[in-house]
Design a protein around this ligand. Sequence first.
Ligand code: MG
Length: 245
Amino acid sequence: MVVRPAVAALALVVLAAAGVRAQEPGPFPAPKAAPAIVTPGRTSADPPSDAIVLFDGKDLSRWRGKDGGAAKWTVRDGYVEVAPGRGDITTADKFGDVQLHIEWATPAVVKGEGQERGNSGVFLMDRYEVQVLDSYDNTTYFHGQAGSVYKQYAPLVNASRKPGEWQTYDIVFHAPRFDEQGKVIDRARVTVLHNGVLIQNNVEIYGLTYNDRPAIYIAHSPAEPLHLQDHGNPMRYRNIWIRRL
Ligand code: MG
């Protein structure tokens, strides 16, 4: 069959027009609710109006000890210090997706090496650890240094301050989702800024970290407490606040 050039050209024009139409984005539905009004803190380290203040330097009333009783770390001068041997402390409240601000300092007098120097940890959902460590001039495995997702991701850079100086983590955490059989269908993700520097960029957490086998997910509730680790070092924390997302 001989296709006349004019017909062929017309067909091309029609096809091209259809193609263009198919690629046009549909109209975006207008959001029905106005974004809630939040009054920001005086500085970006101060809690905004919708934050839950977990520790304001005065008491540990929002925290529990390892037996579920009172948290027995030492509060003084606006900070709380790990009391080695008394165990982790855990929030009474439970959380899923969050924005977390937390400040910490490793001991000014340096003791120990590697993982034994200024070790603690921020455990999101009681399980997923953002490592706290004195990583200023301190060698250890890279996915175990400050700001690592422990044994999973090294920080993108080492933004550590000197021992004894206050440091900040600003963490955005997306909780994992599980189906009814307990299979993970949406992994946890975390973004971390260390002293204002991006060190974890929305990384997908592999699950629970083990020392001797690969990480796995074990289904848990959509909300779980936050805990801070007693790793035997007198680490300090202050100004801890969290927002539910
Ligand atoms: Mg730790």
